[in-house]
Design a protein around this ligand. Structure first.
Ligand code: PMV
Length: 341
């Protein structure tokens, strides 16, 4: 029997992925960029076992058995086994023929718009690759589990290239800069609600692709320029520009969600109060000190530099005391050195 346990962190996009051009291969309509959080904080932990004695694949998520007959999971398993077979010189009983038992858990709320599926699939695919001796780029496999998972395989700042090949071979993630490039960067996660989101990202984005005119404009006119500009800002450590683009991209992504018919409303009143607070904080500072970004949920992720964390946390604690408003926060999480281990 082979057995392996891995942990993988979440990543938070500053240029959002929203909309697929291929539903089966999970090929996106645009490039996206994120930073990967420290694995010490929010992570998925996955143990996979493979044995010639197992009669079928099995899956447990957060302690509960779930079906393995889910297309995305099957895509990952099939692709890992296909690649494993290539390394096996036609052994009849090679590991690529063994079934796997998979146990995965998150140490933070699942499906609450906190990138749980990104950490989960990155972890699963990395663990399976170790178990089945698959080498080379595996981000294209993680992408087939959950698009944004491909970015959690790398630490630091990461770009997921939309690619142009029909088979998805060039829709992979690459590291833009390691964590050591900008070690002062911190991410503060404000948990406004840990409830499951009502509309999953997959069905939300399908509806946006079908109905939102704004999404077309975003993909063709805004994201390419923003992507180039934010890469320059990351490379030159220009926080002002980085923060401006991050906030504008988050706002536009949520505008697309509202332009979707019927609309997807992911942010709530507390999320909007956080946006107002950050703008007020920045204007009182005379400089952009903090950027907000929201995924498909009401929870805020704030990007800021390390020296700003104590001051911002004390302001947040005054305005949203955890016991009153339900805003819990995780202290300034550094960007991660190495992603999965
Ligand atoms: O990878 P998915 O299907 O969970 O979609 C992620 C979508 C966003 O989190 C909203 C944006 C992103 O790029 O992470």
């Amino acid at each position: 029997m082979n057995i392996i346990t891995c942990v993988a962190p979440v990543n938070i996009a500053v240029i959002k992925y929203w909309g697929k051009r291929d539903e089966k291969l999970l090929l996106p309509l645009n490039d996206s960029i994120s930073a990967t959080l420290s694995v010490q904080q929010m992570h998925a932990k996955t143990t996979v076992m493979a044995s010639p004695g197992f009669k079928e694949d099995k899956l447990w998520l957060n302690g509960k058995e779930e079906t393995v007959h889910n297309q995305r999971l099957q895509n990952c398993l099939q692709e890992i086994r296909r690649r494993a077979k290539q390394n096996e010189d036609d052994k009849v009983n090679g590991v690529s023929n063994w079934y796997a038992h998979i146990c995965s858990e998150n140490n933070f709320p699942t499906a609450a718009g906190l990138a749980s599926s990104a950490a989960g699939y990155a972890c699963l695919v990395y663990a399976l690759a170790q178990l089945y001796n698959v080498t080379g780029d595996i981000s294209g496999i993680a992408r087939q589990g959950s698009g944004s998972a491909c970015r959690s395989l790398y630490g630091g700042f990461v770009r997921w290239h939309q690619g142009s090949a029909c088979d998805g071979s060039d829709s992979i993630a690459t590291q833009l800069a390691p964590h050591s490039h900008w070690p002062e960067m911190r991410i503060l996660v404000l948990v406004v609600s840990d409830k499951r989101k009502k509309v999953s990202s997959s069905s939300g984005m399908q509806n946006s692709v079908k109905t939102s005119e704004l999404l077309k404009y975003r993909v063709s006119h805004c994201v390419p320029k923003r992507t180039e500009a934010i890469i320059k800002a990351i490379i030159s450590k220009d926080f002002d520009t980085f923060a401006d683009i991050t906030m504008k991209d988050s706002n536009q992504f949520h505008a697309v969600c509202l332009d979707t018919f019927p609309p997807n409303v992911y942010m709530n009143d507390t999320s909007h109060a956080i946006v107002n607070l950050i703008h007020a904080y920045n204007s009182a500072s005379g400089k952009t000190k903090v950027a907000y970004t929201f995924d498909a949920g009401p929870n805020a992720c704030l990007y800021l530099l390390e020296h700003e964390v104590p001051k911002l946390v004390s302001v947040i604690c005054q305005i949203f005391p955890p016991e009153n408003e339900g805003v819990q926060y995780l202290q300034g999480i550094p960007v991660e050195k190495q992603a999965v281990s």
